[in-house]
Design a protein around this ligand. Structure first.
Ligand SMILES: NC(=O)c1ccc[n+]([C@@H]2O[C@H](COP(=O)([O-])OP(=O)(O)OC[C@H]3O[C@@H](n4cnc5c(N)ncnc54)[C@H](O)[C@@H]3O)[C@@H](O)[C@H]2O)c1
Length: 362
């Protein structure tokens, strides 16, 4: 039992014996005892839970995931880690570290008594093609460090794979959970290898590692990176700044996508699902909506009818062409009840509002 557990138990006894101490919540008399019980249970949970580490916390996914987990478990239970410095608006516990430095990572895990790691740090598709050696080192070396530490300290791990695992030999429409995966990008190579590594650590060492093949994720709380699907975020910056956008993909490039709130909800749901429900230990197919740039433009023109789009496909078109257009994620839906909430019109509105507010506050 550590100091935090002891503090939690002390606090519980204190409030159970003195319910009047929770006057601050100002509830009617008759419900005070019930409220006291809930409050105490909540405090026990907060004080006795092991903490959560999120690597790559400053990135597009990390920025949203940190906020969601802070809200759910309390800011004191969430440790954000990145090799960048935290952004000015960040509130919470932050550690600057490189996931390739296993000793530093191990020290952070010990210092905060970590029970769960969401390992998001890595290079995306375009960055990986620019620097394949670095992609190999960070995407796979970092993952192996996390899995080794998880094995030693009985830590549950989430690691995102990607639609980047799909390649030319994968069916492009309604990709099944199990198919041929022969990606021709370094990003895809690290994701296929990473999936197998996760499954190996589960079978060989019992590490409770869970994974999703994220489609293109569209959020606004961090600046978009250099992923191939991220045209679908950059386009809103173009819309708001100059009512035009030069798209690096063809008008008809259909790709699987998801609004960030759905991705975060799905990620946390997967981690909270009972272990016996998890039948896939490589990575689950996971999707919400598939659309093309021209379908997105049609939605955007409901906001701004004279929005101008110019299509100038570049190297990223080849990457997009090698990926799937639609995905069969029925295993995720059957195993742990995955269900998206955002379709294309709802996502378009949410991104427009979010990016507009972000740009107004810069
Ligand atoms: N964004 C998407 O659409 C998408 C789709 C599929 C999969 N994914 C996966 O989700 C994860 C997160 O993606 P994202 O969009 O947030 O990426 P991002 O590029 O926005 O963020 C990655 C973060 O990792 C950090 N990082 C990189 N190398 C590091 C290192 N060595 N040590 C510590 N931190 C390091 C970066 O500073 C950055 O803040 C990645 O594994 C990515 O492959 C993302």
């Amino acid at each position: 039992m550590n100091e935090r557990h002891k503090a939690g138990i002390f606090l519980s006894f204190f409030f159970v014996n003195q319910p009047e101490k929770i006057d601050a919540v100002s509830v009617p008399e008759f419900s005070r005892k019930i409220c006291c019980f809930d409050f105490v249970m909540h405090e026990i949970e907060r004080f006795s839970m092991k903490r959560i580490l999120i690597t790559g916390a400053c990135g597009l996914v990390g920025s949203d995931l940190v906020l969601a987990l802070q809200e759910k478990h309390g800011a004191e239970n969430v440790i954000a880690l990145d090799f960048q410095t935290a952004c000015k608006t960040f509130r919470g516990i932050f550690e600057q570290a490189d996931v390739c430095d296993s000793e530093r990572l191990r020290a952070v895990v010990r210092q905060y008594d970590i029970g769960q790691i969401y390992h998001l740090a890595g290079l995306l598709s375009v960055g990986s093609e620019k620097n394949p050696d670095r992609a190999w080192t960070v995407n796979l070396g970092g993952l192996k460090n996390v899995l080794d530490i998880a094995k030693e300290a009985d830590i549950q791990v989430f690691w995102p794979s990607s639609i980047g695992v799909y390649g030319k030999t994968t069916p492009h429409v309604n990709v099944p959970q199990h198919a041929s995966f022969e990606p021709n990008t370094m990003y895809g190579v690290t994701k296929v290898s990473g999936e197998l590594l996760c499954q190996y650590y589960w079978h060989r060492y019992g590490v409770d590692v869970r994974s999703l093949r994220y489609p293109g994720l569209n959020g606004y709380k961090a600046a978009p990176g250099d992923g191939t699907t991220e045209y679908a975020i950059h386009i809103f910056y173009g819309l708001i700044r100059e009512n035009r956008y030069e798209c690096f993909l063809r008008a008809d490039s259909r790709l699987p996508m998801m609004y960030m709130d759905d991705a975060i909800r799905g990620t946390i749901a997967l981690m909270e699902a009972p272990a016996e429900k998890i039948t896939i230990r490589t990575s689950y197919n996971f999707t919400a909506v598939s659309f093309t740039p021209e379908e997105l433009v049609a939605e955007i023109r409901k906001i701004s009818p004279d929005f101008e789009i110019i299509y100038k496909p570049d190297d990223r078109q080849q990457i997009a062409d090698s990926w799937a257009q639609t995905i069969d994620d029925s295993r995720a839906r059957e195993d742990w009840n995955w269900q998206e909430e955002f379709d294309l019109p709802k996502m378009t509105q949410a991104l427009y509002q979010g990016i507009k507010e972000r740009l107004e506050n810069v």
